[in-house]
Design a protein around this ligand. Structure first.
Ligand SMILES: [Fe+2]
Length: 378
């Protein structure tokens, strides 16, 4: 208690190890004058033993604490005879915190005669609490800063996402527009081919309607459906190399003429192979006259050597052609066409494709002239 008892004597030295467990017990009067102090109390405050009555309890606290402690003690009465409080004191220039339990004793007339206090050093706890509070404060500030940084980052991210979504929407719109333009060109080419052969006018469109409906019936992907749509519209593009007199002339073709017509899948492939479609359109056009038994042309491919999409084109091509009038023959009836289809199931045509096609005609109210469209749902 350097502040108050700096001259207390060398043999009464404060010992830090007392702080941990000592119980400081004292009794004092209303003005703070001590009447008793136990040995731990004396050692703690470096009081000469037996001279505690020279000391004022309130003066043991640091200056700014004294009035507060005095007020607590003087407030003790019958209805509130005991009170706990904390005090700060300075010992050997070191700040120490004490926790006190105090009480007042009354005489027979009910007047206060004595005050008692039991104190414990809580400095270590107080330091720990202060450190924890400082750490908590620091952590809260860090969290606050981090939250603000995250909020800014989130705001920037949302702005980027919105910008990306807007760009994606514009890109999608541009792509759709480009796709529709390209599709317009494909349809124009498709019609151009058919103009040269008036007897097969509408064949590619009607065949495409059937091929795409088979693709839907077989639950093919949107990609496969779109590939069939484009390849269907262009599958006879190679006929551009066949003189129009041969295409439009009634009557059966000579063997040479027939060979010329049979070259159209290869010619079509050669025309389309450089076009960068997102699907194997050129290969599908090349294979649309192949048969699973290897008796098709131009390569005589068998079974799984043929693309599934080309197998669908083959069935749709034949069904549409058989059902249409030609200069050299009448149109087959639907039942005749389906009979042929069943007869060639697993022979010339893929059985799954035939089954899907039969379902369409028997159960789905299919109409060759109900146009399908490219699927933009990708
Ligand atoms: Fe063809």
């Amino acid at each position: 208690m350097a502040e108050v008892f700096s001259g207390a004597g060398d043999h009464h030295v404060y010992r830090g190890d007392l702080a941990a467990g000592a119980e400081l017990i004292c009794r004092f009067q209303a003005d703070g004058t001590l009447t008793y102090a136990n040995p731990d109390f004396c050692r703690y405050f470096a009081l000469p033993e037996g001279s505690c009555t020279q000391v004022n309890f309130f003066m043991l606290a640091s200056g700014h604490e004294r009035q507060k402690i005095k007020a607590v003690i003087q407030s003790l009465n019958h209805s509130r005879p005991a009170e706990d409080f904390c005090s700060v004191t300075a010992i050997n220039n070191e700040t120490r915190w004490l926790h006190w339990s105090s009480r007042v004793l009354f005489d027979d007339q009910g007047c206060p005669v004595e005050y008692q206090a039991v104190g414990r050093d809580i400095t270590e706890v107080k330091i720990l609490e202060d450190r924890l509070a400082a750490a908590k404060f620091d952590l809260e500030r860090r969290l606050e800063r981090r939250s603000m940084e995250l909020a800014v980052a989130n705001e920037n991210l949302q702005r980027l996402v919105a910008m990306h979504e807007e760009n994606e929407r514009k890109l999608k719109a541009t792509l759709t527009k480009t796709s529709r333009s390209l599709l317009g060109v494909i349809k124009a080419i498709s019609k151009m081919i058919e103009i040269r052969d008036p007897h097969t006018a509408g064949h590619q469109r009607r065949m495409t309607n059937l091929a795409c409906t088979i693709a839907r019936e077989m639950s093919l992907s949107v990609d496969q459906y779109n590939a069939i749509y484009v390849a269907g519209l262009l599958h006879d593009i190679g006929k551009i190399s066949v003189p129009s007199e041969i295409l439009s002339r009634p009557g059966r073709l000579t063997e040479v003429e027939y060979l010329l017509v049979k070259a159209h899948p290869q010619v079509g492939y050669d025309m389309l192979k450089e076009v960068d479609f997102p699907w194997p359109v050129a290969e599908m056009v090349l294979q649309h006259h192949e048969r699973i038994n290897g008796k098709g042309y131009p390569q005589g491919l068998k079974g799984n050597e043929i693309l599934l999409e080309a197998k669908i084109l083959a069935v749709a091509d034949c069904i549409e052609a058989m059902g249409s009038q030609r200069p050299y023959r009448s149109a087959f009836t639907l039942s005749e066409v389906l009979k042929q289809l069943v007869a060639n199931k697993g022979v010339a045509y893929d059985p799954d494709v035939v089954d899907a096609c039969l379902t369409i005609f028997r159960d789905r109210d299919f109409d060759f002239n109900r146009d399908v469209e490219l699927d933009y749902s990708l």
